[in-house]
Write a protein that binds this ligand. Structure first.
Ligand SMILES: [Zn+2]
Ligand SMILES: [Zn+2]
Ligand SMILES: [Zn+2]
Length: 264
């Protein structure tokens, strides 16, 4: 009340001498005395100082009523924050689990690779050791044969009858023994043939990883994602985020893990 009296009364834009001392409640506007008589006949025109209290009450009510939408918008904002944190946390969790799981599989693969190579090395030793023995025998036999031939030819070439008579038995015995050894070596040749016809294959034993599906399925986690309306940015619905783990060794693409979002 004091305020409106203290301030200068505004001038009517239509009447030179008119001061806007009245308020037409019908038209919701300030008017001067001339306005009230000419343009607002029959309207409810109050003195401005009397209208001020009503105006203040109206504004106070409007301010109080405005609290509700402010609260609901704050709630939406809090929910959006919570949803964002929830998604980020669950994505982090999923990423950690993906790392863990793949690390495990990689560890298994490496262990399996080493095991296979150890087994192959063992087969190599098993098969190559007897082969080396046969090779040594062949070398010894060849040397012995060459020596015996050299000795026999020298004696023949020398034409010393006493030497020929004296050495005949030793030399023929030596050739006979070499012949016997040759038969024995030929029998061993069969086992060499066996090795030659052996095909060494391997099948990755890690295939058995899928034999422990319970352990694998424990890794499956169901997370929730929140879809936001592209227009109003409001959270529209929640959809579960499925993390499908590797169910075996990724020999083909069907066995690879996938991340899926589908409506709940
Ligand atoms: Zn006027
Ligand atoms: Zn009016
Ligand atoms: Zn919308």
């Amino acid at each position: 009340m004091k305020g409106i009296l203290a301030l200068e009364v505004p001038q009517c834009s239509e009447h030179q001498k008119g001061k806007l001392r009245f308020y037409c409640t019908t038209c919701s506007k300030l008017v001067c005395r001339d306005c009230a008589i000419v343009g607002h006949r029959g309207h409810e025109c109050l003195e401005a100082k009397n209208r001020v209290n009503i105006a203040k009450q109206n504004l106070q009510l409007a301010i109080e009523n405005s609290g509700k939408p402010v609260m609901s918008v704050r709630q939406i904002s809090a929910k959006v924050d919570a949803a964002t944190i929830s998604v980020e946390k669950q994505i982090d969790d999923s990423e950690r689990k993906v790392d863990q799981q793949y690390d495990q599989v990689i560890e298994r693969l490496n262990a399996d690779r080493n095991k296979l190579k150890q087994e192959l090395e063992k087969i190599k030793t098993q098969q190559c050791t007897p082969l080396q023995e046969i090779k040594d025998e062949v070398t010894n036999w060849t040397e012995a044969m060459e020596n015996t031939q050299v000795v026999a030819k020298k004696i023949m070439a020398a034409e010393n009858q006493w030497d020929i008579l004296g050495m005949e038995k030793d030399i023929t015995d030596a050739f006979k023994k070499l012949h016997d050894d040759d038969v024995a070596l030929n029998n061993k040749h069969l086992s060499v043939q066996e090795v030659l016809s052996t095909i060494i294959t391997f099948s990755p034993s890690v295939m058995n990883v899928s034999n422990s599906p319970s352990q694998m399925s424990n890794q499956v986690t169901r997370n929730r994602l929140y879809n936001r309306c592209p227009t109003c940015r409001e959270i529209r619905n929640r959809t579960p985020l499925k993390f499908q783990p590797v169910s075996g060794i990724p020999v083909n693409e069907n066995l690879l893990g996938t991340v899926q979002q589908s409506p709940r």
